[in-house]
Design a binder for this molecule. Structure first.
Ligand SMILES: Cc1cc2nc3c(=O)[nH]c(=O)nc-3n(C[C@H](O)[C@H](O)[C@H](O)COP(=O)(O)OP(=O)(O)OC[C@H]3O[C@@H](n4cnc5c(N)ncnc54)[C@H](O)[C@@H]3O)c2cc1C
Length: 456
């Protein structure tokens, strides 16, 4: 845990807002204390006993009433603190936030000891007084705050002092520099996801990394765990619809190693050795990992047909190897869906075949794809899964929706289960079109289509 602390008016909450903007979670201890005042029965009982029933309202503490008492009598302040802090500390330790904004940290030394770093925001009296006076408080209240707020009866260890007497922008620069030290070099900030998916749609990823090997991948996972940053594993992005707002966490894209290699290269290498069995998947874009996760398939073959084992890394950095049965493959699905594990490698049991026969099959399916799929426009393949024994494309086509367009998202004239990006389609355009399709198909056929693509 990292802590941000300082006196009232020093600019702690501004610092927290910069940290949040940079993509990290910050717990506001003050806000947490407020929740406790309204929700923690033990604390409510103690406060009522010490300060009377007037000290509490249903939604929390009676701030004007309590402020008046504690800011004019240091002993009363101490009493309140002795009631609140043990409970607050306990809650914070349960939550273990990556960052915590806590004005009172120096008064809870046991908690301060648990911090990896403490960032103390300091400002001179004039700057603080000016900031406090902007809160609409009376002069007496301001004077009370200035008088009672003295930091450092027992300074915490491992602290970094940040002076905040200049402009907010100066402060932001200092915070960005400090945060940078805690972000691995392999991570890039604010990367456009448009460039990393076949739909060419989406906002920015807050954090983006292409680890070069398993070791780098594991240290990324450890980093995101420490800072509680959500993550998403990306292959070639041929089956995803990113949101226009982007992704607030870490996008991990495997480089060209292990399961990050293309499905095409796998089929090619196998074919060179006279091995087939998934050669009809030729033309499916994406990585080996993406194909396993989705159990990609076409022309009555699925990647799972030839899987022997799959190895993946858990969010905790452990490697697990599963047999084909343990992977629970089914139509466009596997055990990996929604698990957060990262597929890093796989063993295959291919079928020995004549190279000519493998190449013939590959060529045939490629010709088929060129004829049947609108490959000249950005798309993400089939948008909906086929319902049991039915074709999603045929159901959609029967609704007369081919060519239906919302913004720059168009239901392909060539293939009724493909939505194409005719220019600058947004995720919102695609989602609206998908909703329209689902509605019309249900109305006409009584079937609810399920998306095949991963929609953010
Ligand atoms: C023109 C076109 C045609 C297509 N035709 C077909 C088809 O015939 N049959 C078919 O099944 N699909 C088809 N697709 C869809 C898509 O190509 C496949 O689903 C492909 O396997 C996705 O691979 P990817 O690497 O691009 O995965 P991404 O799109 O990057 O990711 C898809 C999902 O897999 C997860 N994932 C990716 N890599 C990993 C990993 N290493 N570990 C854990 N999870 C991972 C992601 O988190 C995500 O949830 C087509 C797509 C296009 C654009």
């Amino acid at each position: 845990m990292f802590a941000i602390t300082g006196l009232i008016g020093s600019g702690k909450s501004l610092v927290s807002s910069f940290i949040r903007e940079a993509g990290f979670e910050v717990l506001d201890a003050d806000a947490l204390a407020h929740t406790l005042y309204s929700e923690n029965a033990e604390l409510r009982k103690k406060i009522t006993e010490a300060f009377g029933t007037e000290a509490l309202t249903e939604s929390g503490i009676n701030r004007p009433y309590i402020s008046q008492i504690v800011f004019s009598d240091p002993q009363k302040l101490q009493l309140l603190e002795s009631l609140v802090y043990p409970i607050l500390q306990n809650e914070i330790e349960k939550i273990k936030p990556p960052f915590i904004e806590a004005a009172v940290l120096h008064k809870i030394p046991e908690l301060a000891k648990k911090m990896e770093e403490i960032w103390v925001i300091e400002a001179n009296e004039t700057a603080r007084r000016e900031r406090i006076s902007q809160r609409g408080l009376s002069t007496i209240e301001i004077n009370n705050i200035m008088r009672t707020q003295t930091y450092c009866s027992g300074k915490p260890l491992r602290e970094t002092t940040i002076q905040n007497n200049e402009t907010p922008n100066d402060l932001k620069i200092k915070i960005t520099q400090l945060l940078k030290k805690h972000i691995p070099k392999v991570i890039e900030k604010n990367i456009s996801l448009k460039k990393h998916c076949s739909f060419k749609i989406g906002g920015n990823a807050n954090f983006f990394a292409e680890p070069k090997n398993e070791e780098e991948l594991c240290s990324l996972l450890a980093w995101r765990k420490k800072f509680k940053i959500p993550y998403f594993v990306l292959g070639h992005g041929s089956n995803v619809l990113f949101s226009d707002e982007g992704y607030g966490g870490l996008v991990i894209k495997l480089g060209k190693w292990g399961a990050g290699k293309s499905l095409h290269s796998l089929i090619q290498e196998a074919a060179n050795q006279g091995l087939g069995g998934i050669e009809k998947l030729q033309g499916i874009p994406g990585t080996i990992g993406g194909a396993i996760y989705m159990n990609a398939g076409a022309h009555k073959q699925e990647i799972s047909d030839c899987i022997k084992t799959v190895s993946s890394i858990t969010p905790n950095g452990e490697i697990i190897t599963r047999t084909k049965e343990q992977c629970e493959f089914s139509y466009r699905s596997s055990i990996f869906k929604g698990m957060g594990e990262i597929i890093v490698s796989a063993e295959f049991d291919f079928v020995p075949m004549q190279k000519e026969s493998i190449d013939k099959n590959r060529k045939e399916v490629l010709t088929w794809r060129k004829e049947k799929q609108p490959l000249q426009y950005p798309n993400a393949g089939s948008v909906f899964k086929n319902p049991i024994s039915q074709s999603a494309g045929a159901l959609i086509e029967a609704c007369g929706l081919k060519g239906h367009r919302i913004g720059d998202a168009e239901l392909s004239e060539l293939h009724a289960n493909f939505i194409v990006n005719k220019g600058n389609a947004t995720a919102k355009d695609v989602k609206t079109l998908m909703e329209k399709i689902v509605m019309e198909v249900e109305k006409k056929h009584g079937v609810v289509l399920e998306p095949e693509i991963m929609v953010f």
